[in-house]
Design a protein around this ligand. Structure first.
Ligand code: PLP
Length: 447
């Protein structure tokens, strides 16, 4: 169990020491929750990682250079000309009904049968995470997450002062026995998990996909423990083989809240995502959306709708996945060729990410400045844990750089890891942060 929020570090007035700064004259006035707003490690990395000489394997930006920009531009111009008074006006808090219908058609590709009435359009799936957490979580509530978990979700849970409990994963996704044990521990402590947050398909950052058998087991556990599931599925249509995996929501409509987005299949700049929720929850989400934004942007919604109905978006998704597959292959080949013994990694069947475990004794966060000096960037594994674990891991993204740059980046990274290993052999014992975590040992199957 995580400890309750620590009282240490609080000043008599209730202002955490870390917020006391001479530069910020408002420090005594902020709400307590601002102490839980975290800078994303990934954002902090962007400045260095975006220097042209650095190969960035850090960011998860989709590569949208293949989009038919002329056709999109034409569709946007036509939208403004023909439907400008609607597209540039306020809309409903729940979102455009036509887009909600289109969203239901898209979800049917993952086996989901849903009514547009139970869909709420959001400002990206990031806002969906925010709304769902706002609706369900009070400070101190427990959210169960995979180990590792999506950094943006951890940021939201922290902002709402929820406690995160991580559950072990392996090559087939979340481990059911570990979930049962965690739920048991939570109950034994007199607490109740409010949500299970999972990215079952092409996981960010672990790069693994939950097997069909695991999905059934997970749903069974959630039914018997009366646990709500948040299924976050931005990458579901970006698989390299066959048809998209069946969503958890396809087999359980009463306790799965499904989040989707157009950020990876079309373009993140429109900031259009959605939530599909049981009817009562949907009503609360609409109220939360109303208070947050009045309504999601009408122009973006109609633009996405126009793209879906006038362009061959499924062909475009196929083109995207071919490009990502080539990049994934380049990364896996370079890892095979260059990484020193003792480094292991996952083999993603879709999505954007490889999760690598470094040889014992290395600390990916401490190593990062040396890697950037060697002109390669990654995200240290600690970003994906609420409790500082993950120091032996790195997330490597293959979505953005072209294949030759990926190969070169991995070669540089392997040289940095080898140099660290030499230093370790010559001078040192493993650093404390790299040696202390149960998740930091490569799981027997997570390789
Ligand atoms: C697992 C996961 N969920 C949610 C998001 C947020 O996506 P957006 O807000 O762009 O829809 C991302 C973005 O990378 C993600 O990887």
């Amino acid at each position: 169990m995580p400890e309750p929020l620590p009282a240490v570090g609080l000043q008599p007035q209730g202002v955490p020491a870390a917020r006391q700064t001479r530069l910020d004259s408002f420090v005594q006035r902020y709400a307590e929750r601002t102490a839980h707003l975290q800078a994303s490690e990934i954002r902090a990395l962007f400045a260095v990682a975006s220097r042209p000489e650095v190969v960035s394997l850090a960011g998860g930006m989709p590569n949208i250079s293949g989009l038919p920009l002329d056709a999109v531009g034409e569709a946007l111009a036509e939208l403004t000309r023909e439907r400008g008074t609607v597209a540039l006006q306020y809309g409903s808090a729940q979102g455009d009904p036509d887009l909600r219908r289109q969203v239901c058609e898209i979800m049917s590709l993952e086996g989901i049968s849903a009514s547009p009435d139970n869909v709420v359009i959001t400002v990206g799936s990031q806002q969906a995470l925010d709304l769902v957490t706002r609706v369900f979580c009070d400070p101190g509530d427990v959210v169960v997450c995979e180990a590792p978990s999506y950094v943006g979700a951890l940021g939201v849970f922290s902002a709402f002062q929820a406690d995160v409990e991580h559950v072990e994963m392996d090559n087939e996704g979340l481990v059911p026995e570990a979930l049962t044990a965690t739920l048991g521990r939570i109950a034994a402590a007199g607490r109740r998990a409010k949500l299970l947050y999972t990215v079952p398909t092409f996981h960010n950052p672990a790069g693994v996909t939950m097997s069909a058998a695991r999905r059934a087991e997970l749903l069974q556990i959630c039914r018997s423990s009366d646990l709500l599931v948040v299924e976050d599925n931005p990458y579901g249509l970006l698989g390299f083989d066959g048809s998209p995996p069946r969503a958890l929501r396809a087999d359980e409509s009463d306790r799965v809240i499904y989040l989707g987005t157009f950020s990876k299949t079309f373009a993140p700049g429109f900031r259009v995502g959605w939530v599909l929720a049981p009817h009562a929850v949907r009503e609360k989400l609409v109220l939360a959306q109303e208070s947050a934004t009045l309504c999601p942007p009408a122009f973006s919604q109609l633009a996405v709708g126009a793209y879906l109905s006038t362009c061959d978006w499924q062909r475009q998704v196929k083109d995207f996945t071919e490009m990502y597959r080539e990049r994934r292959d380049a990364m896996l080949a370079a890892l095979d060729e260059h990484m020193p013994a003792g480094t292991v990694w996952t083999v993603p069947a879709g999505g954007f990410y490889v999760w690598a475990t470094l040889p014992e004794g290395l600390d990916s966060k401490a190593m990062l400045p040396r890697a950037v000096t060697a002109r390669v960037a990654y995200v240290p594994g600690t970003a994906f844990f609420a409790d500082g674990q993950g120091g032996r891991h790195v997330r490597l993204s293959y979505c953005y750089p072209p294949p030759e740059r990926i190969s070169e980046g991995v070669r540089r990274l392997a040289a940095v890891i080898s140099a660290e290993l030499e230093l370790l052999e010559t001078f040192g014992t493993p650093s404390a942060s790299a040696a202390s975590s149960s998740y930091d040992k490569p799981h027997p199957n997570l390789a």
